[in-house]
Write a protein that binds this ligand. Structure first.
Ligand code: ADP
Length: 321
């Protein structure tokens, strides 16, 4: 291969820039040109791509977001979209593609592979919901942002005898809520997986109040079985002792400079993806498994769901007394 391309797709995640940089510099090391496709599959269909040199990727390692930007695109899911994508890649002489993104983006990568384009995927998603890899790019940074918020909110909660409901991202996966809860010392964690009822939450927070705690933190994943605003109203009506306050962290979780862990993960996965692609890997995702990087079939990574180990739920419960 003489020319490959890299794109960042789906929800952005801190560390995507570090991955782009790693792909470009690893390509240079192997005498391969690396094109950057802007705005993911939308840019691919529009032919919006250009050569990335070492200069374009200097000074981006520490920046959140993605210099290539990201987008969602429906046309790439259609047969016309597939044809257009192949045409654009041929026009630009691109012989292989590295797709950095979440499970949707990796399904797109699998589609490219099925069209005959050599592809390697790199898992990046703050939700940590991608099957096969211990961690995805962006998770560690998002988690640290969440912990910083919990620490701040606990300071003010304690001053006023308040219970804070903190909603974090995770529509289908409660990883951030659960880990944030364990590491931030929350009293209770509500995720799409654990199905705790509003009554149980009220009882648990009331119990914390009666036992003399000066504050309480409830971590709630976006994908909880009920809207967090309904929960706040319900708890207010229950008069559990604490005043109730609600904070939705929202998109603050996506931004920020990537942590050392995310920079290292993105760098290792990015370099490994390029080396794999040049050595014939195709239709694979590069995963971090223990201390090693491994190639796993994209078809597995996109069809299976990464379950959170039940021992973390037990740990959260045990430590919240
Ligand atoms: P994420 O990668 O963060 O999970 P999405 O699920 O929104 O984000 O997927 C990002 C993009 O990947 C979609 O907008 C679409 O362009 C592409 N994509 C997702 N699923 C498919 C699919 N089955 N076939 C082709 N492209 C897909």
């Amino acid at each position: 291969m003489k020319r490959i391309a890299v794109m960042t797709s789906g929800g952005d995640a801190p560390g995507m820039n570090a991955a782009i940089r790693a792909v470009v510099r690893a390509g240079m090391d192997r005498n391969v040109e690396v094109y950057g496709i802007r705005q993911a599959y939308a840019g691919l269909l529009a032919g919006d791509m250009e050569l990335l040199t070492s200069r374009e990727v200097s000074g981006i390692l520490q920046r959140g977001g993605t210099i290539l930007q990201t987008a969602r695109n429906e046309e790439f899911k259609t047969p016309q979209g597939h044809k257009k994508a192949l045409r654009r890649l041929n026009e630009h002489g691109i012989e292989g593609v590295v797709v950095v993104g979440g499970d949707g983006s990796l399904r797109g990568a699998l589609q490219l592979h099925k069209l005959g384009v050599p592809v390697v995927g790199v898992p990046a998603s703050i939700d940590n919901d991608i099957w096969g890899t211990d961690m995805s790019i962006g998770v560690d940074t998002a988690l640290n942002t969440i912990l910083d918020a919990i620490d701040r909110l606990r300071d003010t909660a304690t001053s006023h005898n308040r219970a804070f409901l903190i909603e974090v991202m995770g529509r289908d996966c409660g990883y951030l809520a659960l880990m944030g809860g364990i590491l931030g010392g929350a009293e209770i964690v509500i995720t799409p997986e654990n199905g705790i009822t509003m009554e149980e939450i009220a009882a648990s927070l009331e119990d914390s109040y009666v036992r003399g705690k000066t504050h309480a933190i409830a971590m709630i994943a976006e994908g909880a079985p009920y809207p967090v605003t309904d929960l706040a109203k319900f708890l207010e009506q229950k008069h559990i002792g604490f005043e109730i306050r609600l904070t939705i962290l929202g998109h603050t979780q996506r931004g920020g400079s990537p942590t050392a862990f995310d920079r290292l993960l993105a760098t290792r996965l990015g370099v490994h993806a390029v080396n794999g692609l040049l050595e014939g890997e195709n239709g694979s995702m590069v995963a971090q498994v223990g201390r090693e990087q491994k190639f796993l079939p994209l078809v597995d990574c996109t069809s299976k769901t990464r379950a959170i180990s039940t021992q973390y739920f037990e740990l959260a419960k045990m430590l919240s007394r």
